[in-house]
Design a protein around this ligand. Structure first.
Ligand SMILES: C[S@@+](CC[C@H](N)C(=O)[O-])C[C@H]1O[C@@H](n2cnc3c(N)ncnc32)[C@H](O)[C@@H]1O
Length: 191
């Protein structure tokens, strides 16, 4: 995964400009990203969709795991952050960066559905109605047998995920500031 020293600074600047939208002062740690992606089978996916891509920490690790013929659609609402990701991974034809709100993701998929959905959206700090609209889109864009992995800084979203997915597993990754909750949600019956 390529790392840039300026990432934490750009991320912090985005936080200062839109604190509730960004929802964290630091990007997710590499270890937490890996722990999160280990909850899904990225190498088996034809299409991965990433929501709330930020400076691209998950994007880089997803691309490192993704097959050469697979695709990643990374969605980021902040146009400066989205442009940064597009520049950083320019030349990788598997990646499409979308500068839009996650609630519009349907419009960018052209009927395709994700095998793996990766969300770092700060659900608990978003406006309540926006949060519900995004949550309602998620089961629609996940394909059969697909898995959604989510990182959060509290367990507060567990009930919302359980209302929308048949199986919800969760764990804590301590290797992040602050320690983070990881969720893996699917429509398959729990094992
Ligand atoms: C907690 S940060 C995570 C960033 C990065 N993925 C990471 O893990 O470090 C949340 C990101 O979600 C983006 N975001 C917030 N609301 C969004 C929305 N409605 N649609 C798309 N992205 C959004 C923010 O701009 C921010 O970059």
């Amino acid at each position: 995964m390529r790392q840039h020293l300026s990432d934490p600074l750009r991320f912090f600047a985005a936080f200062i400009a839109h604190p509730r939208q960004v929802g964290a002062v630091l990007p997710t740690s590499r270890t937490a990203v890996r722990d999160m992606l280990d909850l899904a089978d990225v190498p088996a996916a034809d299409l991965v969709v990433e929501l709330g891509a930020g400076t691209g920490v998950q994007t880089g690790e997803i691309l490192a795991r993704l097959r050469p013929d697979a695709r990643l659609v990374a969605v980021e609402i902040d146009p400066k952050l989205a442009a940064g990701i597009a520049k950083r991974y320019a030349g990788d034809d598997r990646l499409e960066v979308v500068a839009d709100t996650a609630e519009n993701i349907d419009a960018h998929l052209g009927g395709r559905r994700a095998d793996v959905l990766v969300s770092a959206l700060p659900f608990t700090s978003l406006d309540g109605e926006l949060r519900q609209r995004i949550l309602d889109v998620l089961p629609r864009i996940l394909g059969p047998g697909g898995v959604m992995v989510v990182i959060q800084y509290s367990p507060l979203m567990l009930g919302e995920f359980r209302r929308r997915f048949r199986s919800v597993r969760w764990r804590i990754t301590p290797w992040n500031v602050p320690p983070a909750f990881l969720f893996a949600c699917s429509q398959d019956d729990a094992a």
